[in-house]
Design a protein around this ligand. Structure first.
Ligand code: HCB
Length: 224
């Protein structure tokens, strides 16, 4: 195994090895490594490498699924550590999060949710394959301040626009900010569909969520 712990984490994702990935995460926690460093310098580069190899056809769907399992195993260890950072803080805002209709990629969206929670946001994760109407219904139910919509496929990106339309149809758009993200998503796309912002990764999503909260006229969770 590599002497560089971050390289070993990356390799555990490429190998699709959940036990190794979890063990390395636990070792990192024991050593006092910041959980976010383990995620950003170890596991996420591993997922990017998997994506590149899948695109080059040197790695196939079952391998990609095994890598996702390994990522989940590592996150299982790191998530409670991230949560500790967000405990006992005032609520920074209420966020409804999900992956858009037709898309089952969830790792990035879950990471965004974890970091938002670690920074004091109350996060409701609707999961994957979520319709615009489901986003709007949950946003209304919770009096959400923000909706975060993830899309990983070029074919499902357009459904981020559907979420914005559903919020408009439900009369919620003026008080619910929308942030979009996912590998194929860009700032330009966000502007084109009328989203309030685009975040390239989970840390930027936290900064964006904070900025959007500041731009909101009413307090966190306020009803119209
Ligand atoms: Co998937 N897949 N996949 N996949 N997959 C991608 C996305 C490709 C790019 C791989 C490639 O070709 N290079 C590709 C999409 C090509 C395209 O559309 N242009 C692809 C494909 C083609 C497919 C299938 C169609 C394959 C098939 O069946 N033939 C299929 C689609 C199924 C479906 O959704 N209907 C499929 C399936 C899978 C799984 C199930 C095997 C697995 C997902 C498992 C899971 O999530 N439980 C998977 C995986 C793991 C990937 C890659 C390898 C990694 C995705 C990932 O987790 N990245 C991905 C390659 C890649 O993206 N480079 C590949 C790591 C996270 C941390 O990054 O970008 O998701 P992220 O999230 C970031 C960032 O974008 C931002 O913050 C996150 C954290 O930093 N962000 C937000 C994300 N959402 C946000 C929301 C906000 O509001 C704000 C910020």
């Amino acid at each position: 195994m590599s002497a560089d712990p971050f390289a070993a984490m990356q390799q555990s994702i490429l190998d699709g090895a959940p036990e190794t990935a979890a063990a390395l995460a636990q070792q990192a926690v024991n050593r006092g490594t910041a959980p976010l460093d383990a995620i950003n310098l170890g596991y996420v580069p591993g997922m990017h490498a998997v994506g590149e190899q899948f695109a080059r056809r040197t790695l196939f769907l079952p391998d990609m699924m095994a890598s996702a399992e390994a990522m989940r195993a590592a996150m299982g260890v790191l998530e409670p550590e991230l949560k500790k950072c967000g405990a006992e803080r005032p609520v920074a805002g209420i966020v409804v999060l999900g992956t858009t209709k037709g898309d089952i990629h969830e790792i990035g969206k879950c990471l965004v949710g974890m970091l938002l929670a670690a920074h004091g946001f109350r996060v409701h994760d609707l999961g994957v394959d979520v319709s615009g109407e489901q986003f709007a219904a949950k946003a209304r139910e919770l009096g959400a301040d923000l909706v975060g919509v993830s899309a990983l496929l070029t074919t499902t990106m357009k459904n981020q626009k559907t979420v914005i339309e559903a919020l408009q149809n439900a009369g919620l758009r003026s008080r619910v900010k929308v942030m979009v993200g996912g590998a194929p998503v860009t700032k330009r796309w966000a502007e084109e569909i009328g989203a309030d912002g685009y975040a390239k990764d989970a840390i930027s999503a936290v900064a964006l969520a904070r900025a959007l909260m500041e731009s909101k006229p009413q307090a966190a969770g306020a009803q119209p």
